[in-house]
Design a protein around this ligand. Sequence first.
Ligand SMILES: *Cc1c(COP(=O)(O)O)cnc(C)c1O
Length: 424
Amino acid sequence: MSDTISQALFERARAVIPGGVNSPVRAFRAVGGNPVFIARAKGARVYGEDGSEYVDYVGSWGPALLGHAHPDVIRAVQEAAEGGLSFGAPTSREVRFAEAVRALYPQIEKLRCVSSGTEATMSAIRVARGFTRRDFIVKFEGCYHGHADHLLVKAGSGLATFGVPDSAGVPEGTAQTTLTLAYNDIPALEALFAARGSEIAAVIVEPVVGNMGCVPPEPGFLEAIISLCRKHGALSIFDEVMTGCRLARGGAQERYGLRADLTTLGKIIGGGMPLAAYGGREDVMNVVAPLGPVYQAGTLSGNPVAVAAGLATIERLVPEVYEKLERLGAALEAGLKDATAKAGVPATVQRVGSMITLFFNDKPVRSWADASRSDTKRFATWHAGMLSRGIYWPPSQYEAAFLSAAHTDEDITRTALAARASLG
Ligand SMILES: *Cc1c(COP(=O)(O)O)cnc(C)c1O
């Protein structure tokens, strides 16, 4: 299944890097087998070290909206690099970048650049706690918000469960300030606010979940978060690290016509470079140092090369990009539904725009409890079949696949055929 060059590299990697990877899901543990070592990527294709070619639906886990190595983005990076890689001082580029982000997200009145989505959510939570002078945060099971201590919690379902850490090394005391609820459960959220509203600093949510597979919000769920937060003096944080600039230029909030107090962005806004941001209401963001008492800093924050890649990407997010993504997404959805129907395999295809998941699950997936009932063994077999047919699908049932503007109708047709063949 995996080529011998990748196998040899994986052996060397495992000797020096835990599990052979710098981020766990890359290790293919959820599907078995060895990961493909990628030598390069262009457009909608990734190429293995052995020269093998794949149609890519991972897209670097989100950033590659325009496709890999877009010539304009590469040019912008080269140009910026010529001028120096990092200064640790303000630059005109980062001002233009901040203005460009605010133009797409009017609810982001002020923002800070950081270097990863993890930093963005961690900082947004600290700001929310500093602003409200409250400690508790609410998150939803199955939502991933990076690997900060207090966010590595999903705990059990039911009404307000005290957080239990998902990871060793997270103090229980830290996890206990995180309250978790089931995604899409409006009554549970109302009950929690009724009981403890005055202690809650913020509710953080993936407005469309990608991190348990693609799970859209039910009508009224996101609205309830915003209005309950407002009523109880808590802040709503929409974590759009994945959905930002993907579901629309202005992310899920533009798509659904909503405005959260704070927004986190990453992935696409960095165009493939380490760049993320958090921001929102001006009165809230004014608590950030040096204006206010909430400390947050970064040696490489607003890095000139990363910002150049981000700006070049944002400037190319024209309406035609989203029209194409919607059209390709609908075609892929139809193709996968047709494939599973013809194979007689119980499955549910869920999609919002260019985020899509084929759940090996006969029922719609609204929450982590639903998602966790998927047939992951069947997914693993299917994934291996796709890989052997040149389709690079995310190596986990619980990761959304991404389309890019570089995919073609031909790619979709080929993918649908491979999907059918891989179902046996
Ligand atoms: C990827 C992701 C993060 C974490 O971003 P990193 O850059 O990997 O630290 C946070 N939130 C969401 C919704 C994500 O998809």
